[in-house]
Design a protein around this ligand. Sequence first.
Ligand SMILES: Nc1ncnc2c1ncn2[C@@H]1O[C@H](COP(=O)(O)OP(=O)(O)OP(=O)(O)O)[C@@H](O)[C@H]1O
Ligand SMILES: [Mg+2]
Length: 221
Amino acid sequence: MANIALLLGLEKSQVTLHEVLSGTANVSEAVYEGPGGVKVVPCGISLQGFQNSDPEKLQEVMVDLVEGRDFILIDAPAGISKDGVIPLAIADQVLLVVNPELSSMADALKTKVLTEMLGGNIGGALLNRAGMERTEINKQKVAELLGVTVLEMIPEDANIRRSAAFKMPIVIKSPTSPAAVAYKRLASQFTGTSFIEPDNGSEEPIEGFVGRLTKVLFGAK
Ligand SMILES: Nc1ncnc2c1ncn2[C@@H]1O[C@H](COP(=O)(O)OP(=O)(O)OP(=O)(O)O)[C@@H](O)[C@H]1O
Ligand SMILES: [Mg+2]
């Protein structure tokens, strides 16, 4: 039930991963320009398209896609159906996304065991929708229960829903929001680029690149 096409306004795309996995299109035809230089291969939103797809084709599609890319993120569904299991086996690293709830932890543990059974590799976990209550499942608990490194905690943040309503990624719509900052910190762990924590304590608005450039070119106002 991948919905990235809806979230990025690509829902009218004629050729999607479903057409590629049903053998009626080449993957190069299903690559669309997304925000911030990201390329997106959306799934279709029709049930028929999903039914016609053969998840086993994903591995050969990946071989074609990997050429010339820095990173490929596969948004895999939860569960143990074929379409959920194949990404676990073919990815270099599997990231477990967990909510601070026991049922989510149990699912993540099953996914971890399944990944290992398939010869896959767990890269770590993300604790999403993390809250502040003391009773809640925290970073350390997740690490203990799952036996994996918790790479980042993404806080509960209404900006996630707000940016989805605008069909924009949160890091573009609300770049200084708590969840966006956490996602950028997470991304910097993979890209190796340095990440500067914004000083949200200050009253001053955070100056963007354009603002800094304007100052350099035209002097401070
Ligand atoms: N950190 C967060 N703060 C607030 N809301 C969030 C956060 N993360 C996700 N949500 C909301 O939770 C809902 C489910 O999120 P999402 O679609 O990412 O989950 P999922 O596990 O991928 O679901 P699915 O199993 O359907 O793929 C969405 O409405 C999203 O806006
Ligand atoms: Mg999802």
